[in-house]
Design a protein around this ligand. Structure first.
Ligand code: DGL
Length: 261
């Protein structure tokens, strides 16, 4: 497989398109093959074994396509099975985890108060407990599951501002946001709500996501392996989805464009 081979990117559904936009912006020559598993979304409220099985099926299909790397554009799938995927596939596997480390570090040594939003499964998995263990002695961390935000994206209701605001209030009103330093968007679907969340927050509160960090990590791994696509031609973003309804690819393209602007 040459450096012109595609990079496989997947998520439980449409959230990973926000990561795809960051990858395309940083690595515009790369061919990107996106797979959204919307027919099986959400992953965040399913048993881990079921999520792992879907990830292996998707990974096998990517290997058949000859991908040179895979990006698990899903915090939930990463928590469940990134290690298993790394053992199973002979290509670099890039996972994602809630951006708690940069959220804590942005205080320059001062203790931070951080809300980590994610799916129920991400917050339940050992991987997240291990991440918390690294920071909880110094910082105050609140873990907030927000499963309804995933449903809003998947059902195409992102523009329903009343629904979006009511859902955000349901999850965030229990916190005094004036006392917080940052909110981590620990699910790739949540990145689509960035502006609406920011409108509820005091100006100094930072919203942290892992999308650009993931794109840079992918670039560094491909560069070390001598596998970056050096072509001058613009790379394409191919989108596929397990949901066969006609709206899904058009809606995916729309979401990808939303993230670019
Ligand atoms: N987008 C996913 C994540 O980053 C999962 C959403 C879901 O399917 O519950 O965790």
């Amino acid at each position: 497989m040459g450096s012109g081979a595609p990079i496989g990117i997947f998520d439980s559904g449409l959230g990973g398109l926000s990561v795809t936009a960051s990858i395309h912006a940083l690595l515009p020559s790369e061919e990107l093959s996106y797979f959204g598993d919307s027919a099986n979304a959400p992953y965040g409220t399913k048993p881990p074994e079921m999520v792992a099985q879907r990830c292996m099926d998707i990974g096998d299909a990517f290997m058949d396509q000859g991908v040179k790397a895979m990006v698990i554009a899903c915090n939930t799938a990463t928590s469940v099975c990134v290690e298993e995927m790394r053992r199973r596939y002979p290509v670099p596997i890039i996972g994602m985890e809630p951006a708690l480390k940069p959220a804590c570090q942005r205080g320059g040594g001062l203790p931070q108060r951080v809300i980590v939003t994610a799916t129920p499964l991400t917050l339940k998995e050992d991987r997240f407990s291990r991440l918390m263990d690294r920071f909880k002695a110094t910082h105050t961390i609140f873990a907030q599951p927000c499963p309804d935000l995933v449903r809003i994206v998947e059902s195409g209701h992102l523009d329903d501002h009343d629904l979006v605001d009511a859902t955000l209030h349901k999850y965030l009103d229990r916190y005094d946001l004036d006392t917080m330093d940052s909110i981590v968007l620990g699910c790739t679907h949540f990145v689509f709500f960035k502006e609406r969340i920011a409108s509820l927050c005091p100006p100094g509160l930072a919203l942290m996501d892992g999308n650009e960090g993931t794109a840079r990590h992918l670039r560094d791994l491909l560069s070390e392996a001598g596998r970056l696509n050096e072509s001058e031609a613009p790379g394409r973003v191919h989108i596929a989805n397990s949901d066969s309804s006609p709206r899904i690819i058009e809606y995916s393209r729309h979401l990808l464009e939303t993230c670019k602007s």
